[in-house]
Design a protein. Structure first.
Length: 192
């Protein structure tokens, strides 16, 4: 079973400051350096929403990809995704995105590129993503509303989308079919 340990990027980077001796009084305000050690990674984010628009996608490949995504969300490996697992996974994805934004921000704030920013600038890096709203995903993948997503329910929902994209129903979503679906979605009125 995977347990997501919540360690904020700010806490990780602040660790060396807590262990360091106080700065001599003659020096300006202390500086904070990024920690070289990173926390255990959150669950892997889901794969991109779909294949490149120019690539063909075989139904079997699609099923393998969707099954792998299901297993990443099924934290305890019992063959079902319950709300808590889905929330944990989505939080991990949001956390990974927040860490990436924080690293990018750190680089922007470190104007002289010496790997050090002031404590005031560092404080701007702390970000705790809110609990994600997984209700739309539960609505999509849990048709019987028992708050548990089975592999069968997950496959049914994802394969329905594959079948919708596979306009000629030959078991392959071609780049042309993907582009046609994307174009149709762009001109479709909202709410339909």
């Amino acid at each position: 079973m995977f347990h997501l340990k919540r360690i904020t990027f700010a806490a990780l980077l602040a660790a060396p400051l807590l262990a360091a001796a106080p700065a001599p009084p003659a020096k300006p305000a202390p500086v904070i350096k990024p920690a070289p050690v990173t926390p255990a990674p959150p669950p892997a984010p889901p794969t991109a929403p779909g294949p490149a628009l120019s690539a063909d996608l075989q139904r079997g490949t699609f099923i393998q990809t969707m099954d792998a995504e299901f297993r990443r969300r099924d934290a305890n490996g019992d063959g079902k995704i319950v709300r808590a697992e889905l929330e944990q996974f989505e939080r991990g994805v949001a956390y990974a995105a927040a860490q990436a934004r924080n690293r990018e921000l750190f680089q922007r704030l470190d104007a002289d590129r010496n790997g050090v920013i002031s404590p005031g600038e560092f404080a701007a890096l702390a970000e705790n993503p809110p609990l994600p709203d997984v209700q739309p995903l539960m609505n999509r993948f849990d048709p019987n509303r028992d708050q548990s997503i089975t592999l069968i329910e997950y496959r049914a929902a994802t394969l329905a989308n594959f079948d919708r994209l596979d306009a000629d129903h030959d078991g392959v979503v071609t780049g042309a079919e993907m582009r046609a679906s994307t174009a149709a979605a762009a001109v479709r009125p909202q709410g339909r």
